[in-house]
Design a protein around this ligand. Sequence first.
Ligand code: PLP
Length: 429
Amino acid sequence: MTGRREFVKSFGLLAVSSQLFNPKELIAASANDEQSNKTITALPKENLSDKDFWAFIQQSYTASPNIINLNNGGCSPQPKIVQEAFENYNRMCNEAPSYYMWRILDQGRDSLRMKLADLAGCSPDEVSICRNTTEALDNIIFGLKLNKGDEVVLTKQDYPNVINAWKFREKRDGIIIKWVNLDVPTDSEDVLVSRYEEAFNSRTKAVNITHIINWNGQIVPAAKIAEKAHARGIEVIIDAAHSFAHLDYKIPNLGGDYVGTSLHKWLSAPFGTGLLYIKKDKIRNITPLMPNAEPESGDIRKFESLGTRSFPAEMAIGTAIDFQLGIGSARKYERLKFLRNYWYEQAAKLPRVQLNTSLKPEFANALSNFGIEGMKSADIANILFDKYRIHSVSIDWENIHGVRITPHVYTKLNDLDRLLTAINDMVKK
Ligand SMILES: Cc1ncc(COP(=O)(O)O)c(C=O)c1O
């Protein structure tokens, strides 16, 4: 009980602090991040029964009581304290936009950068705050100096925005895309590494790796592929849209020279927030999509000349980080794996159910995809919604066909039981 009280108290501090948005305090408080992080460090797991802990987390979100949202892979909702922080900043901006946006909130970016860098395990000099993965990676795709005939390795299973950006460079600049078709799901990291390696040659200048494939949740061993690429002098770009603040890792350990992610996905930060990591010695190589006065400098801030953006969304990222630290990255990952195993292992035993994601523990994460023999993916998703009010997403992309189910930290076991009932009913028909 004491543990729970302390835990709630530590989250309570966040809720209170999100209401104290006096501009001067904002900057002072951000400067004091190290201390505030200590205050809200997650309590040891053994202090709380999991049930109490996760019930508290569920109550921290404002999930619809009428539909069961199992498409958290599309975008995360925000916990109440993040919504409040956003709303408070937004109200403040509306009192005098140019004063509060430019003179106050714009000044908070460097301390937010430190906080994000702490979470990402890198130097603040390597973190740029942007609006999403698409923007982060487009800076790299269009900023890399590539010549006609240079080759870039992509997979058919990469994200469409990323594929389209590379295809445009192919058309405009005459670079060559070497396509890899990943045979997913797979239980073998070695097979995945070999597929990439087979596509490398002396003309390869860059490789694009999607750390978690959004279509089916396949984890790709980014660090192992990066090692092979670096041994040949190939630049490594990582799409970490689905893995950051979900799997438990530090960005430099992924082995990428360039990493992009969206913070409105697993960090539960406001919509339209993202992060671009560039290894310190690579920053000069990339010219930003939206240049500042020194586009060839080694200062990561050169990627932040976005013009007017949502300052309330950006500044509320700090509160989302506090919430993440309150849970603890390792515990969050364990919980997401627990939720996914809960439904996926039971579904695996049902007749006609096809698993489009590996069941192996080392590949487990929140995203998983299933199909039902004899049924179209879209029909399964429609029945899930029409009859059971379960929101999911049907996938028909390259060699992946099924329905993707993505629980989140606020998902209840009852919700997953309803999903299992629905699958059970469908396979019996
Ligand atoms: C693998 C992957 N990359 C990139 C993106 C693009 O993210 P955003 O829309 O936040 O730019 C997504 C979005 O779902 C994704 O799944």
